[in-house]
Design a protein around this ligand. Structure first.
Ligand SMILES: Nc1ncnc2c1ncn2[C@@H]1O[C@H](COP(=O)(O)OP(=O)(O)OP(=O)(O)O)[C@@H](O)[C@H]1O
Ligand SMILES: [Mg+2]
Length: 503
């Protein structure tokens, strides 16, 4: 790709970008949120047709002009987008061959479709039934089905846009291994990620984008992690986590904000399955409580049941500053002062077709009511200040949220809750898909919230984040709390032992 320029009604997303990939390599593309990574790949794949950008795309030295995704697929380019695109209510093989149906006498040949689906699923090491409905499958499995779909199209160049952001470590390992076997067969792969560990694990070469410009392309061997970070964020980042000023002894003296006692919840879907068993914990003012555990341990379900949106036959006590809280509706819980930032920003966190201002102002609407009217000036200045303090990259408060880059959408989702001045804020995977520089900013904000007396519960699947940020860690396994560690005593090993249920 040469001298690529792309703008969106005045917003320059790519400027003079050069990007070249060798056959059979795994080429990792990195850069801050909003740097232009996804846009560059959408140019490559014809999502943005040839007449909507300037510059040149060549494959095998032939100039390409794609008018649609179909065109680029014919040329061997397959893209797995940041947002998975499988149709949830269709089954696996219908999804794999969607748009490329195998026909016989004008009808879909289901027998062949089924067999071909089995073959491509085998190539990605997925023992799933092609007749299974996608809605019943986890994110990791869906990600592999997307890859199977790409293989079924005989892709030569496979593009994966943040494929691991929602995967467990084990699923990530599996995915990286599959990509390595593809490389061994000569397939070319472009991989976008914010996780530097896997970047260095899998890359042959790395290209850095910043603010729509190419910073450079490097062999993996010629660049260190620290150097890469400074190229991405444009400054040195000596630590990954800001230093906390709070001391364990002081926090232990603070008032208890949130109290959960003997909390038992039955599964939302499976009757008679106890999903959460006898959970008791508390959170003090000014404390950051990390919740660790493997995928499926029940961390998100615990929080959703506290909010009153998940589970059946809930029993136990929930108190905020000593006062019982009703969980009949999420409105009651939020009204009492408990906020929740969802791990699923697209599904539950944001109204994508609304603009940044309306999304951010939504939950704090009532607090700005004066004589029955919203104080628009105050609303605007509150939103603008939040945009500045979170460094949200948006041309204006009027921009639709769906046009922001993934990481900036996450910041909007966080910002809208911070505007409600909660007593307790529950953050579910708060830095998923966020670049290293912006992560540091979010951590700094979390510290200042805690210093101001807000209680923070942070669910995270990243152990370094749990260790770097928590004053205290709770570890869950199969719907129970199996361990509790203070910051000073917490280590990766101890957490993992509790996470797999051991003592
Ligand atoms: N459809 C659109 N309309 C307007 N602006 C857009 C659109 N798509 C992207 N942009 C803007 O272009 C820039 C690049 O966005 P892009 O999604 O490519 O970033 P990214 O590098 O993929 O970031 P992330 O790591 O957060 O996914 C951002 O400033 C974004 O707001
Ligand atoms: Mg992106």
């Amino acid at each position: 790709m040469r001298r690529i320029h792309k703008n969106f009604s005045g917003v320059v997303a790519l400027e003079n970008v050069d990007f070249s990939v060798r056959e059979g390599e795994i080429h990792v593309l990195v850069g801050e949120n909003g740097a232009g990574k996804s846009t560059l790949m959408k140019v490559l794949s014809g999502v943005y047709p040839v007449d909507t950008y300037t510059g040149e795309i060549r494959i095998d030295d032939a100039v390409m002009g794609f008018h649609s995704i179909k065109d680029s697929e014919k040329a061997g380019v397959a893209v797995i987008y940041q947002e998975l695109t499988l149709i949830k209510y269709m089954n696996v093989c219908e999804n794999i061959f969607l748009g490329n149906e195998i026909l016989k006498n004008g009808l879909i040949d289901w027998d062949t479709t089924f067999l071909r689906a089995k073959e491509v699923l085998k190539e990605v090491g997925l023992p799933v039934n092609p007749a299974a409905r996608v809605i019943n499958l986890g994110i990791g499995t869906q990600q592999l089905i997307e890859i199977a779909k790409a293989i079924s199209k005989k892709a030569r160049i496979l593009v994966l846009d943040e494929p691991t952001s929602a995967l467990t470590e084990k699923e990530t390992e599996h995915l990286l291994k599959i990509l390595q076997t593809f490389r061994a067969r000569g397939m070319t792969c472009i991989f976008i990620s914010h996780k530097l560990k896997e970047v260095f694990q899998i890359a042959d070469r790395i290209t850095v984008l910043r603010d729509g410009h190419t910073v450079g392309t490097f062999d993996k061997g010629e660049i260190t992690e620290d150097k890469l970070i400074s190229l991405m964020v444009g400054r040195q980042l000596t630590q990954r986590f800001p230093v906390s000023k709070r001391r364990a002894e002081d926090i232990a003296q603070n008032e208890v904000l949130l109290e959960v006692k003997n909390w038992t919840v039955y599964d939302q879907e499976v009757s008679d399955r106890i999903a959460l068993r006898d959970i008791t914990f508390s959170l003090r003012k000014g404390e950051i409580l990390g919740i660790s555990g493997l995928m499926g341990a029940g961390r998100t379900e615990l929080m959703l049941s506290i909010l009153g949106v998940w589970g059946r036959k809930v029993s136990g006590e929930l108190r905020l500053s000593g006062v019982p809280v009703s969980t009949r509706s999420p409105g009651d819980v939020i009204g009492a002062g408990i906020d929740y930032l969802s791990e699923d920003r697209k599904g539950n966190g944001l109204v994508l077709i609304q603009n940044v201002k309306d999304n951010m102002a939504l939950p704090s609407l009532y607090s700005r009511l004066k004589n029955g009217f919203i104080d628009q000036d105050e609303e605007l200045s509150a939103v603008e200040q939040m945009i500045r303090s979170l460094r949200i990259k948006t041309p204006s408060v009027e921009q639709l949220v769906q046009n922001l880059s993934g990481g900036n959408q996450q910041k909007v989702a966080l910002g809208k809750w911070l505007l409600t001045s909660p007593k307790v804020i529950i953050l579910d995977e708060p830095t998923r898909g966020i670049d290293v520089g912006a992560k540091y900013e979010i951590y700094t904000i979390m510290h200042s919230l805690a210093d101001a007396g807000i209680g923070i519960v942070m669910i995270s699947s990243e152990l370094p984040e749990i260790l770097g940020m928590s004053d205290r860690v709770l570890i869950m396994h199969e719907g129970k709390i199996t361990g509790e560690l203070l910051r000073a005593e917490a280590t990766q090993e101890k957490i993992m032992t509790y996470a797999i249920g051991g003592i």
